[in-house]
Design a protein around this ligand. Structure first.
Ligand code: NAP
Length: 212
């Protein structure tokens, strides 16, 4: 059993990971600024900002999962906050899994990342900030930090929760597409992929993508 701390554990991504990790018998701590609307029995909910709570909840953890979103008053703040989580995770000897965006992937091995090209206006700001958090890890992570940056499929999000299928594929920084050219993953299958990576670490200081 691992102690897993999920920053943003009441959000779309975080709550799925919290539920999956708890169901597999792990000790789970969730951090968010508001109380969960539907608390899951057995989860330790810590209410406050990530910045305030991290120095207390990161030490002693086996895995830290970062699933905050750069929206509202967090717009423009994710790199600063994730930098702190990465530093604390390194000091604690905890694995650090940071969820970012699809746009940080590449369409082909030597092609520019999607975020470097045309990104729909409604996603552009979030895509750029997600990419900045990838660069944070790729270029400035503490040398001893065992990190993974996880990009979900293009059709992933609260607007498309989907169903648990029990299957998923893990790629590198080149996006995976299904036979019809689509890119999707349900919330439950994405959460399973993240918890699988916690239980059986297969990627180290790496950018991975999860999709069908
Ligand atoms: N297809 C894609 O590429 C795609 C789609 C969706 C999401 N994503 C990415 O996945 C990540 C998570 O997105 P999401 O949609 O799951 O987010 P979300 O549902 O908005 O959840 C964000 C969580 O973070 C918490 N939070 C935010 N700021 C915080 C702070 N300062 N301290 C503590 N808790 C804080 C929120 O709770 P409180 O507000 O109560 O604090 C909430 O629990 C983002 O990086 C997003 O860009 C990618």
């Amino acid at each position: 059993m691992a102690k897993v701390v999920v920053f943003g554990g009441t959000g779309y991504t975080g709550a799925g990971i919290v539920r999956e990790a708890l169901a597999r018998g792990h000790e789970v701590v969730s951090v968010s600024r508001s109380q969960p609307s539907e608390p899951v029995p057995g989860v330790q909910y810590e209410v406050g900002s990530a910045e305030q709570l991290a120095p207390r909840v990161v030490p002693g953890a086996d895995a830290i999962v970062a699933t905050l979103a750069p929206r509202g008053d967090m717009a423009g703040r994710l790199v600063e906050v994730y930098g702190e989580l990465a530093t604390l995770s390194a000091q604690a000897g905890a694995r650090y899994l940071q969820v970012g965006g699809f746009s940080s992937l590449r369409p082909a091995p030597d092609a520019p990342r999607f975020v470097e090209g045309e990104v729909p206006e409604e996603y552009r700001t979030e895509a750029l900030e997600g990419e900045a958090t990838r660069i944070l890890l790729a270029e400035r992570a503490p040398a001893e930090l065992d990190w993974v940056f996880v990009s979900p499929a293009g059709s992933y999000g609260a607007w498309a929760p989907g169903e648990r299928t029990g299957t998923y594929r893990v790629g590198g920084e080149v996006a995976l597409f299904d036979a019809d050219g689509g890119s999707s993953i349900s919330g439950a299958d994405f959460a399973a992929a993240v918890v699988d990576e916690i239980e059986a670490p297969a990627h180290h200081r790496a950018h991975i993508g999860v999709a069908y």
